[in-house]
Design a protein around this ligand. Structure first.
Ligand SMILES: Nc1ncnc2c1ncn2[C@@H]1O[C@H](COP(=O)(O)OP(=O)(O)O)[C@@H](O)[C@H]1O
Ligand SMILES: [Mg+2]
Length: 283
């Protein structure tokens, strides 16, 4: 039986996007830390094997750029804990040579990626989790298909920028997830308009993308809400670079507040009951 697969009481939430660089990992790391700060037991699988950035965002990197390895206990690995979140990433298994980026996993293709995902799910001892987040690679590639096969019960959050020209690819990533039975539970717009101290609205990436993606993914029987618009925020970026999510380091930051609000919305759905028919008929 697959841990966190169908039948699990843990909410499994895959965070996906159409393309890279939209802030998916930043949003995921902040959501994880915010959910943990609310007292939930949270795990985070960095499923972006080629573009992993979660260890750095959560401060799991030493001065030499090395990511600590999980502790091994018998056949299991204990995931490092950062900001209350149990984290596993391919970055924990790649050794750096001096001054060089680790290259070990760069050339991996479908079967290796699939095996890595299975190992993260079966060989890592997360214990009892309320929520397991997956930071997905961008797009609709091999890992997205593997996650769909192994975790058809996963709920999916789609991250997009406000740029309407970019929203088609974001919609596609949601549709592919839905094809495998996963449920798209919401859209998060990131890099939205920033209101400057003088009141000027700075909308670098335009407006409307999040609402457009939510509308495109909404079906007659399944509304897909826009859960929030996270503004452009230098603080969100510098905190991510420093390894302390802004929701922890600067909870007053406008972007941090929106992400914390999304975490609060997600935390409202009780564990074990999300979108699943009850196995018994209440009377
Ligand atoms: N709302 C935001 N405001 C400013 N910078 C952001 C915001 N969201 C993300 N970033 C920055 O944009 C870059 C890409 O973000 P990242 O989370 O790595 O994207 P992805 O995982 O989608 O590739 C990072 O440098 C990150 O700090
Ligand atoms: Mg990323």
């Amino acid at each position: 039986e697959m841990p966190f697969g169908p039948g699990t009481l843990t909410r499994v939430i895959a965070v996906t996007s159409g393309k890279g660089g939209v802030g998916k990992s930043t949003v995921t790391a902040n959501l994880a830390a915010a959910l943990a700060a609310r007292g939930l037991a949270v795990g985070l699988i960095d499923a972006d094997v080629h573009g992993f950035s979660i260890p750095g965002q959560l401060g799991l990197v030493d001065a030499h750029g090395t990511v600590p390895q999980p502790t091994r206990v018998d056949d299991l690995m204990l995931p490092p804990v950062a900001h209350g979140v149990k984290v596993i990433s391919i970055g924990m298994f790649l050794r750096r040579r001096d001054g060089e980026a680790a290259v070990g996993a760069v050339a991996w293709r479908g079967p290796m990626l699939h095996r890595t995902l299975l190992q993260f799910l079966t060989d890592v001892y997360f214990g009892d989790l309320d929520v397991l987040l997956l930071d997905m690679p961008p797009g609709t590639g091999d890992i997205a298909i593997s996650v769909g096969q192994v975790l058809p019960n996963a709920e999916v959050l789609v991250v997009t920028t406000p740029q309407t020209a970019a929203s088609d690819v974001a919609v596609r990533s949601g549709l592919v997830a839905r094809q495998t039975g996963q449920r798209v539970i919401g859209v998060i717009e990131n890099m939205s308009a920033l209101t400057l101290p003088d009141g000027t609205v700075f909308d670098l990436f335009g407006t409307g993308g999040g609402a457009a993606v939510a509308a495109a993914l909404t079906q007659e029987d399944a509304e897909v809400p826009l859960l929030g618009s996270v503004p452009l925020s230098p603080t969100l970026r510098t905190d991510a670079d420093a390894g302390i999510p802004a929701v922890i380091a600067h909870p007053e930051d406008a972007a941090a507040r929106v992400i914390a609000g999304i975490a609060a919305q997600l935390a409202q759905t009780p564990r074990g009951l999300s979108g699943r028919a009850l196995p018994f008929r209440p009377r």
